[in-house]
Ligand binder design. Structure first.
Ligand SMILES: Nc1ncnc2c1ncn2[C@@H]1O[C@H](COP(=O)(O)OP(=O)(O)OP(=O)(O)O)[C@@H](O)[C@H]1O
Ligand SMILES: [Mg+2]
Length: 378
């Protein structure tokens, strides 16, 4: 380096006082710049959409909040758009004027449970017939698809478990995932609707992407009635959004093959309000009723939950099973835990029959109180 590179002409130019013409020129430039800035503020916002279909070089079909539209593409983007591109549209003409890039799929990993559950068939009392059916339509096709292929039969894509709360629906879904060595992806439909307003259908899509990625897998959709209830009118945008989520679910179910290694188990307490579209042939067409346990069921459930409990000799589980008519699995488990607490409070190392009877009384009165509360509340 040295002083050779210095541009003496430029120094001379800047150090010279400005002529009137030069000043005029500068002010004109400043005004033009400010005008351009002002124009920006006046311009309407652009609409964000997704490309769903390419129609030749000049047009595409885009999806925006209010529906699907067949639109133009500006000159410089012609032939360059791809399906799933996120794009900006002019408000009036809806022409695509910019690409924002490929739409990233929704990150579902933090919101759904993905695990290989530890629950086994031995942890479930009663329900032999239902378990046999679930194994036949979910476990067997996942573990031995060749048996079905050989016989040329198509197993259902999924099942619908229905019955009162606390009867073992979630348990069955987890146990079948365990025995099929499948990834268990749990989605609570009511949460889906509340948490992902406007994104429900995208979420459903991503769940099934995840399921295919982690196959063999079981997608467990709890409280399916939250998105699959019959609707008479679709008045509010919230209802339409739920409807869209439901449509996406149906599309996903229709989209995969019966012998693919993704299965769906849905659960509900309200079969009566379900949209029949979900149980149509080829969808969740196997409906399994998980009812309250009978005497034998209750006895088995009591045995399961007292397996690791030191019981005094006077404990008569058969008597307790007779006494607890009408109770479901969750309540029986609660009863066993309460009995354990009575023993604990009395500083005993074994649980006596009296503890069970006290626990039973306590639960019964609570249940009655709860029922009167609910009735008066209505
Ligand atoms: N058949 C059963 N055998 C053993 N335990 C049971 C049985 N049914 C329910 N339980 C106990 O009750 C708990 C709750 O059961 P689960 O979550 O499977 O009920 P659910 O039918 O899914 O109810 P909900 O409709 O409220 O979701 C279980 O974790 C288990 O401890
Ligand atoms: Mg459940």
């Amino acid at each position: 380096m040295g002083y050779d590179n210095i541009n003496y002409e430029k120094i001379e130019y800047y150090s010279k006082p400005m002529t009137l013409e030069e000043e005029n020129e500068l002010l004109k430039e400043t005004i033009a710049h400010l005008r351009r800035e002002l124009e920006k503020f006046k311009r309407p916002p652009l609409i964000v959409g997704n490309v769903v279909e390419i129609v030749g070089d000049e047009n595409v079909i885009v999806q925006i909040n209010t529906g699907k539209f067949y639109v133009d593409v500006i000159e410089e983007l012609k032939g360059k758009l791809k399906v799933d591109d996120k794009v900006l549209l002019d408000q009036k003409s809806l022409s695509v004027i910019r690409v924002l890039g490929k739409e990233k799929s929704f990150d579902v990993s933090g919101f759904v449970v993905v695990e290989r559950p530890k629950i086994t068939w031995d942890d479930i009392g009663g329900l032999e017939e239902q378990i046999r059916e679930v194994r036949e339509v979910i476990e067997l096709p996942l573990t031995h698809p060749e048996k079905f292929e050989r016989l040329g039969i198509e197993p259902p894509k999924g099942i619908l478990l229905y019955g009162p709360p606390g009867t073992g629906k979630t348990l069955i879904a987890k146990a079948v995932a365990h025995h099929s060595n499948a990834t268990f992806i749990e989605v609570v439909a009511s949460e889906l609707v509340q948490k992902y307003i406007g994104e429900g259908s995208k979420f459903v899509k991503s769940i099934f992407e995840l399921a295919r990625e982690k196959a063999p897998s079981i997608v467990f959709i709890d409280e399916i009635d939250a998105i699959a209830a019959k609707r008479i009118e679709l008045g509010t945008s919230g209802e339409r959004e739920v409807q869209r989520t439901f449509m996406q679910l149906l599309a996903e179910i229709d989209g995969f093959k019966p012998l693919s290694n993704v299965k769906i188990i849905a659960a509900t307490n309200r079969l009566d309000i379900l949209d029949p579209a979900i149980t149509r042939p080829g969808r969740l067409d196997r409906i399994i009723h998980i009812d309250k346990p009978n005497y034998n069921g209750r006895l088995e459930i009591l045995k399961i939950h007292t397996k690791r409990m030191p019981l005094s000799k006077d404990v008569d589980l058969e008597e307790i099973a007779r006494l607890t008519k009408g109770m479901v699995g969750a309540e029986l488990k609660h009863l066993v835990v309460e009995a354990g607490y009575f023993a604990l409070r009395n500083n005993r190392s074994k649980v006596k029959m009296k503890d069970f009877l006290d626990a039973y009384k306590k639960i019964k009165t609570r249940k009655k109180e709860k029922m009167t509360y609910e009735v008066s509340y209505l």
